[in-house]
Design a protein around this ligand. Structure first.
Ligand SMILES: *[C@@H]1O[C@H](CO)[C@@H](O)[C@H](O)[C@H]1NC(C)=O
Ligand SMILES: *[C@@H]1O[C@H](CO)[C@@H](O)[C@H](O)[C@H]1NC(C)=O
Ligand SMILES: *[C@@H]1O[C@H](CO)[C@@H](O)[C@H](O)[C@H]1NC(C)=O
Ligand SMILES: *[C@@H]1O[C@H](CO)[C@@H](O)[C@H](O)[C@H]1NC(C)=O
Ligand SMILES: *[C@@H]1O[C@H](CO)[C@@H](O)[C@H](O)[C@H]1NC(C)=O
Length: 291
C-alpha cells in the first residue's frame, strides 16, 4: 500500500506536466516489478561480463535488447578476475531466471551505458574528471559499488508489493545474492580504504563516501558509506567499519522504484540518463502511460 501510494505521489509531484499523467493510482503488477528488477540485473550482468570477457551479454540474455555501450575488458588482478567471474555468472543467471519467470511478458534489456555514465556520476559526486572503472582493481570495485547497494534497496522496495507466491520466491531468492555481492564489494573497498585512488589523490574511504552521498541525495536519503565515527567517540587504529548499510533496526534500506530511477538515471527519475540513456524498458520507467 505504501508502495502504491509512493508511486501515485511520484506521479502527482514529478509527472504532472507530462502528457498523460493523471492524479490516479498506478496499478503496479508483478510483471512490472519483475521487469523492473530485470532491468537492474541487465546492467549488473553487462558490467561484470564485459569487465572479464571484453564483451557483454548475448542476444538471448538481452532479450534482443541493444548491447551496452562503453565497457571494456578490465585490467584486473587474478583474484579480482575470479571474484568478478562469479558475480557475472550470478547476474546472468538472474536475468535469465527473471526472463524465464516472465515468459512472453519479459521486456528486452534497455540501452545501457557502462562507460561514460561512471565518468559523469563520479564527476557529479566528487568533482573528479575522467574516472573510468576498467583501469584498476579499485576503480572496478568503486564502479560496482555504485549500483550493487542500489539493487539491494530496490529488491527490498519491490518484494512487499509482489502478489504471486512464485514471483515472490524468485525475488526473495535473488535479493540476498545481491546483498552478498554488495557486502563483498564493501569489504574489499574497506580493506583498501587507506589507499589513494590514483591519479586523484583521494583515499578510497573518501571516494566511497562521495558516491554514497550522491546516492543519498538522489535516492530518498537512504545510504551509508563504509566507515562511520564510532558511537562512543573513541579513536580506533583503523577507521570504524560500516560494512552493512542498514536502518538502525538491522534491516536493509528500502527504496521505491522512483528513488531507484533517480539514482540510476543520474539525478531525476523522470529524465533518463547515466546508466540508462533511453530509460528502462517495462512499465516502471519514470513515465506514465497516456490513456
Ligand atoms: C489511491 O489509493 C489509496 C490507498 O489505497 C486510496 O486511499 C486513494 O483513495 C486512491 N486514490 C485514487 C485517486 O484512486
Ligand atoms: C547466451 O548466454 C547464456 C548464459 O551464458 C547461455 O546459457 C546461452 O546458451 C547463450 N545463448 C546463445 C544463443 O549463445
Ligand atoms: C582522537 O585523535 C585526535 C587526533 O589524533 C585527537 O585530537 C583526539 O583528542 C582523540 N580523541 C580521543 C577520544 O582520544
Ligand atoms: C525532474 O524533472 C522534471 C521534468 O523536467 C522536473 O519537473 C522535476 O522538478 C525534476 N525533479 C527533480 C527532483 O529535480
Ligand atoms: C514506459 O512506461 C509507460 C507507462 O507504464 C509505458 O506506457 C511505456 O511503454 C514504457 N516504455 C517502455 C520503453 O517500456
Amino acid at each position: 500500500m505504501a508502495f502504491r501510494a509512493a508511486l501515485a505521489g511520484a506521479c502527482c509531484l514529478g509527472l504532472l506536466l507530462l502528457a498523460g499523467c493523471r492524479a490516479q493510482n498506478l496499478t503496479v503488477t508483478d510483471t512490472d516489478l519483475l521487469n523492473f528488477a530485470m532491468n537492474l540485473e541487465c546492467l549488473e550482468a553487462e558490467y561484470y561480463s564485459t569487465a572479464i570477457n571484453g564483451y557483454g551479454l548475448n542476444s538471448s540474455t538481452l532479450g534482443n535488447g541493444p548491447p551496452a555501450v562503453g565497457g571494456l575488458k578490465a585490467n584486473l588482478s587474478p583474484e579480482l578476475i575470479q571474484i568478478a567471474t562469479e558475480l557475472a555468472n550470478d547476474e546472468i543467471n538472474h536475468v535469465n531466471d527473471l526472463r524465464a519467470q516472465l515468459g512472453s511478458a519479459a521486456v528486452p534489456c534497455p540501452q545501457m551505458d557502462i562507460g561514460s555514465s561512471f565518468t559523469t556520476i563520479v564527476s557529479k559526486a566528487l568533482n573528479i574528471y575522467g574516472f573510468f572503472p576498467y583501469n584498476t582493481d579499485v576503480n572496478f570495485l568503486l564502479g560496482a559499488f555504485l549500483f550493487e547497494d542500489v539493487g539491494v534497496t530496490a529488491f527490498h522496495g519491490a518484494i512487499p508489493a509482489v502478489k504471486d507466491k512464485a514471483n515472490l520466491e524468485l525475488l526473495a531468492g535473488i535479493a540476498p545474492v545481491e546483498a552478498y555481492h554488495a557486502a563483498i564489494l564493501r569489504t574489499l573497498l574497506y580493506q583498501k580504504g587507506l589507499e589513494m585512488v590514483t591519479p586523484y589523490n583521494i583515499r578510497v574511504f573518501d571516494f566511497v563516501q562521495g558516491l554514497s552521498n550522491l546516492r543519498r541525495k538522489a535516492g530518498g536519503g537512504k545510504d551509508q558509506g563504509i566507515v562511520v565515527p564510532p558511537a562512543d567517540g573513541r579513536n580506533t587504529s583503523y577507521p570504524f567499519a560500516n560494512l552493512v548499510p542498514q536502518d538502525g533496526a538491522g534491516k536493509a534500506f528500502q527504496r521505491t522504484p522512483d528513488e531507484v530511477l533517480a539514482i540510476v538515471y543520474g539525478g531525476n527519475s523522470t529524465q533518463p540518463g547515466a546508466f540508462y540513456p533511453k530509460g528502462l524498458t517495462g512499465a516502471i520507467n519514470g513515465t506514465v502511460a497516456a490513456s
